[in-house]
Ligand binder design. Structure first.
Ligand code: SF4
Length: 330
């Protein structure tokens, strides 16, 4: 990979829950993100996947400083964001945008489309006031909405159309990097593919770099050059799309992949489904050793005490499992 556009190193996000005892005693620390590192090359997409509550959305928000960072570094285009003054950080933020999961909740219901998409143009002073309306029309056209949408409110649109408005708002800021936080999971399947196509077209047109967050490995696979699998605040496997989908090494990735339907019914009928038992442990008190050992179908004694680090299991492919060998699973 050439110099990455975005690099995060040992990122940590901890939330403190108030204690139930006298004077707030018994506070608990939730390690929502616990030492995540990844890099994204310019114009590339990295997928971040895992069950709900694994810390993937918090990671995306922490990169944009929408969640408090307890440790680690976020570097955009060679600049450590922690080293910036508030003014400089505000300028850099324009280059980093987000598209949220719930297009309805993320749009101000009292604002018209022209106000919603026009906001980043005004905040970042991207166009002279007289040119803004023309730019908003262009952006609507880019995301496949008619100019007649300008004066309407979010509730007057379908879920897919609202997501198009959210995407237009993100693109209006002329970003380099966009966090796509479950951008299609609230939409009907038929609409999902249209929105994914739109995101790919915009990436090609503007050279955008994406962090694509989702719980569905099938969707992540369609969009990503590289995929990171998260469990309880940590990345447990990372690889190119091909390496990870053809030869998953971590039992958690294998279980997630086994749940993805295969398009060929004959192959689908012969596939082995890995059913994970047990609940995802609480990030307040994760299990010792490998965090996954309480649900892992192949755990051995050392898994209960020794933390597995990420190690190479192939070319551009790492996994955090004591038993991963790199060999193709049978
Ligand atoms: Fe399972 Fe042990 Fe590997 Fe963890 S380290 S995924 S418990 S085999």
């Amino acid at each position: 990979m050439t110099a990455p556009l975005l690099s995060i190193e040992d990122l940590r996000v901890h939330f403190t829950l108030p204690g139930q005892g006298w004077f707030g005693r018994g506070k608990q620390v939730v390690r929502a993100v616990d030492g995540v590192s990844l890099q994204i090359g310019r114009g590339q997409t990295v997928g971040l996947v895992g069950e709900s509550g694994c810390g993937k959305s918090t990671t995306g928000r922490a990169i944009l400083r929408l969640a408090p960072i307890a440790g680690g570094r976020v570097v955009l285009d060679g600049t450590d964001l922690a080293s910036l003054s508030p003014d400089a950080l505000r300028r850099v933020r324009r280059r980093m945008q987000i598209v949220f999961q719930d297009p309805f909740a993320s749009l101000n219901p009292r604002h018209t489309v022209v106000q919603i998409i026009g906001e980043p143009l005004g905040v970042h002073d991207l166009r002279p006031p007289g040119e803004r309306i023309g730019r908003i029309r262009e952006l609507l056209d880019l995301v496949g909405l008619p100019s007649s949408a300008l004066g309407r409110y979010p509730h007057e649109f379908s879920g897919g159309q609202r997501q198009r408005i959210g995407i237009a708002r993100a693109v209006a800021a002329e970003p380099d990097f966009v966090v796509l936080d479950e951008p299609v999971s609230a939409l009907d399947v038929s609409i999902q593919s249209q929105i994914l196509r739109l995101l790919l077209d915009l990436q090609q047109s503007f050279g955008l770099t994406y962090l694509f967050i989702a719980h569905d490995l099938a969707v992540v696979g369609q969009m990503s050059d590289e995929v990171c699998v998260m469990y309880l605040g940590r990345i447990v496997e990372r690889g190119t799309r091909q390496a990870l989908y053809d030869n998953p090494q971590h039992p958690y990735t294998q279980a997630l992949l086994s749940a993805v339907p295969y398009p060929d019914p004959a192959i689908e009928a012969t596939r082995r489904r890995v059913i994970l038992t047990g609940e995802v442990p609480s990030p307040v008190s994760p299990p010792p050793g490998c965090h996954f050992h309480t649900r892992c179908p192949i755990a051995v004694d050392r898994c209960r005490t020794e933390v597995p680090g990420l190690r190479a299991v192939g070319s551009d492919h790492v996994a955090a499992c004591h038993l991963a060998t790199g060999a193709v699973a049978t």
